[in-house]
Design a binder for this molecule. Sequence first.
Ligand SMILES: [Zn+2]
Length: 364
Amino acid sequence: MNLIELTKKFPTEDKAYAYFEDNRWSKGVICAHCESTLVSKKQLDGRFKCKTCRKSFSVTTKTHLHQTHIPLQTWLFAFAIVSDAKKGLSALQLQRNLGIAYQTAFDMYHTIRDIMAEEKVELLEDVVEMDETYVGGKPRKPNIKRALTEDGKEYLIERTEEVKSLGFDLSAKKGNTAKVDLGTKRGRGSQKLIPVTGIVQRDGAVIAEVMSSLGAKKLEALVKKHVDLSDSLLITDTYKGYSKIGKIIEHIKIDHSRLYSYNGVNTNTIESFWAIVERGIIGQYHHVSLAYLPKYIVEFCFKYNNRNFDDMFETLVKASMRVKIPKAIIHNPNKPKKAPTKTNNQKKGNLGSKKPKTKPKLPF
Ligand SMILES: [Zn+2]
């Protein structure tokens, strides 16, 4: 939905409320506390009162937007802007588009990613490809190329002829073509970068998870969790972590040091997903905080898996209305918050230029 349509459809906060209500209670309002259908008419403050348990509630009670202080109209705009940004956008851009404080935009964006994480992907099946990438670090400065001098040209012409006459093959090899280096190092063995493993069904959905390591057991657990073992063919490269995976699933591997594709045996689909992740992270987020990487990955998966649906916006609104709030927050909203405990990633520091924010998450 574009912004003009959005403005026409939701010109007021009341209209936005009504839209969320339709999405949450398509069969009529039920109490958010006891699920009773005996509820009052909507009161002036937008809340309902339950005639069974006597408690009051609103359309956001116990959902991802629980106790939000942000107008629901603003949430709808945020959903539209985020779902329209195919490669993602920065919190700064969201802040500018919505005319809100940076921290608010930052928190809203993370809540939206939590909503995206609600999406359940069915078991992957048929032909599935699996691969890993490493994410993190600041983008490298581009090489500044200077024009070759006449001497330089002469040297190259002479030397290439010399080495060819010695039997070296300098022709371009398949899989060895120059790739644009977007700053994320590909392949295993790189240090301080975070491994992310992905599995994609050809013409289907993708799943990707940030991994603490790439051991065979962890890779196998991921396959067991997400792939229909009895009815699928797994294609990977020749990494040793996959050497025993053939015991649990049909497995075929392709040696990328030799070639990238043979008769359809390739990992091109998952590679193209990594390209989206790389472009998105480098293009939009500039620096990647280790602490938030899983959330960014959730966003890329959600967008990839909804790529064929016209309205990601509606999916987000529906998902935002699912009941999903820790009971502690519901039952005791005034309970003092614990100091945020640092995650291992935060203790280690992040890879980018900014420190990850350790501010406790607001229970929207
Ligand atoms: Zn009730």
